[in-house]
Design a protein around this ligand. Structure first.
Ligand SMILES: NC(=O)c1ccc[n+]([C@@H]2O[C@H](COP(=O)([O-])OP(=O)(O)OC[C@H]3O[C@@H](n4cnc5c(N)ncnc54)[C@H](OP(=O)(O)O)[C@@H]3O)[C@@H](O)[C@H]2O)c1
Length: 166
């Protein structure tokens, strides 16, 4: 998964992002480039176009839904399977190929049990909004890496979180 959230786990406002942090968008692009990305239909609507350089899979219950440059999937599992197949078709020899779930909250709720790594941008602030990363619990994760950042006085951090070893 890859998401950005504030101190209250807020991720969205009126089908948009509650903040604008240019460096965060660049980081998102760096991490996801070349990897299959899976998103809920509302997240796709908020972006409004396919993200280039990455196969885009949009999950919707509406089998007739279509948009140019993206693949429609009627279930999360269909999208994950298609993302995995992408690597097979590429003849990829990557040891741990990543299929990236990029939101929103609805899709993440369903995907959380099978998620192994989260690229989480933790923004040290509180915003107004209406969509929360409510399936995320800090205690379920350990921090594998952390980069602290600042933009115009706003502190945020790029965390890579993984499940604790059992
Ligand atoms: N901060 C961040 O990192 C970040 C990342 C992504 C999104 N966001 C924000 O989050 C908000 C959107 O998130 P959201 O939770 O409202 O919506 P969402 O998860 O992006 O999309 C929900 C839609 O996805 C489809 N869907 C979800 N689960 C499904 C399933 N199991 N099977 C089939 N279809 C499924 C349904 O589409 P249909 O209604 O078409 O059937 C559902 O209405 C926006 O504000 C956006 O800006 C923030």
């Amino acid at each position: 998964m890859m998401l950005a959230m504030d101190n209250n786990k807020l991720i969205g406002r009126e089908n948009d992002m509650p903040w604008h942090i240019p460096g965060e968008q660049i980081y998102f692009k760096q991490v996801t480039m070349g990897k299959p990305i899976i998103m809920g239909r509302k997240t796709y609507d908020s972006i409004g176009r396919p993200l280039p350089g990455r196969p885009n899979f949009v999950v919707t219950r509406n089998a007739d839904w279509q948009a140019e440059g993206v693949s429609t999937c009627t279930s999360l599992q269909m999208a994950i399977d298609a993302g995995a197949q992408y690597y097979v078709d590429q003849g990829s020899s990557e040891e741990a190929p990543e299929v990236m779930i990029i939101g929103g909250a609805g899709l993440c709720r369903e995907a959380m049990p099978q998620t192994q790594r989260i690229y989480l941008t933790a923004i040290d602030n509180e915003y107004e909004g209406d969509i929360y990363f409510d399936s995320f619990e800090w205690s379920d994760w350990v921090e594998r890496s952390r980069q602290d950042k600042e933009h115009e006085g706003l502190k945020y951090a790029y965390l890579v979180l993984e499940r604790p070893e059992t």
